[in-house]
Design a protein around this ligand. Structure first.
Ligand code: AQP
Length: 333
């Protein structure tokens, strides 16, 4: 078989992932794992750029690990691990800091947004977050990075860093490409469809958590903000709330948005919202129960984490050595 391409992506254990994370990124993790070498990381080192309670962070890392595993990436092709278990990330990040410009980092919109949100803690980690993300990706020779639209700017920077480094030292890094789904790359908040659905949203009405139960999901969909009309029509600019629900429904049922319009023609929003809730629960319920099974067996979870971290480290080691040699470090004996 031709050498399979490598996929890398990460998710922060800052809160329980939402259906936005699932439709924008996690569902692609699974699809890609059928015929690629996949490296998926629970990025706890990124999470601490915003202050975290240590016990909660530990619990969340396990929970998110279990949820991603429960989504069902092909185990034979996947290394799913916790970022801080592979110290090579921090080492490569330090090296790449020296190939990243202050001006580039200052232009990152996530840094601007998060600095505004956490004005009392604008730390250096928050500023170099995209460099750590570049290190995550480049450490595994990743060709493809499945992400939601919000991460596109960071991926562009990772490419620029790789190209700059290769320009100095030769072809050390694989230059990665992003993979953003055409539909679902930016699932919007149910409470305010002008903002993306965010797992750390202080208003839980804005998101469907992957661990919400059926009743909660249906209630949240029923209450989702829509315009005052009654036509189920895909028009993200004119009808952002309805279009967002149509996107969720389409992706959860495997239909396209035209088929969804036809299905609900003349039925009004009530029946449609009910169906969105049912469809979302239909996708999330099996993942929820599989994740509960995994978190209910902490010893097995520990073993899976350790085995997977070992597999990730085995891929990262030779790449890091290549970089160390390129920049002129002495070999580690
Ligand atoms: N609303 C979304 N629609 C589609 N994709 C999304 N992603 C995030 N939100 C949406 C994609 O999910 C992956 C993991 O995201 P993340 O861990 O970086 O965190 P987040 O959910 O995007 O949340 P925040 O607020 O930015 O950070 P925290 O964790 O502090 O809440 C990424 O591929 C992302 O694109």
């Amino acid at each position: 078989m031709e050498q399979a391409k490598t996929v890398f992506s990460g998710i922060q254990p800052t809160a329980v992932p939402t259906i936005g994370n699932y439709l924008g990124a996690l569902s692609n993790y699974v699809a890609l794992s059928k015929n690629h070498r996949c490296v998926y990381s629970i990025v706890d080192m990124h999470a601490i750029t915003v202050r975290q309670d240590p016990e909660t962070l530990r619990r969340r890392a396990r929970e998110v690990f279990a949820l991603v595993m429960a989504c069902g990436p092909e185990p034979a092709n996947t290394a799913l691990y916790v970022q801080s278990h592979v110290p090579a990330h921090a080492e490569l990040c330090w090296i790449l800091n020296n190939f990243t410009m202050f001006g580039e980092l200052s232009r990152m919109t996530q840094f601007k947004d998060k600095s505004a949100k956490h004005a009392d803690n604008i730390n250096a980690g928050l500023f170099i977050y995209p460099v750590l993300q570049a290190a995550d990706i480049l450490l595994y020779d990743a060709h493809i990075v499945p992400i939601g639209e919000d991460q596109k700017q960071h991926l562009e920077l990772a490419r620029d860093i790789a190209i700059r480094f290769n320009g100095i030292y030769g072809d050390v890094f694989v230059v990665p490409e992003h993979l953003i789904p055409k539909l679902g790359g930016r699932i919007m908040s149910l409470a305010d469809p002008s903002h993306k659905m965010d797992k750390s949203d202080p208003n839980p009405a804005g998101y469907i958590s992957m661990l919400d139960d059926r009743d909660t999901i249906i209630k949240k969909c029923r209450r989702a903000v829509t315009d005052s009309g009654s036509e189920v029509r895909y028009d993200p600019a004119g009808k952002p709330g309805v279009s967002n629900l149509m996107t969720i429904y389409a992706l959860c049922t495997g239909k396209d948005t035209d088929a969804v319009s036809r299905e609900f023609a003349g039925q009004g929003y009530g029946a449609f919202k009910e169906a969105v809730g049912e469809a979302a629960d239909g996708v999330l319920a099996p993942i929820r129960s599989k994740a509960a099974e995994l978190t209910g067996d902490p010893a097995r979870l520990d073993t899976l984490m350790a085995e997977n971290a070992g597999r990730a480290a085995a891929i990262a080691g030779p790449v890091l050595n290549r970089v160390r040699e390129a920049v002129g470090f002495l070999p580690r004996k």
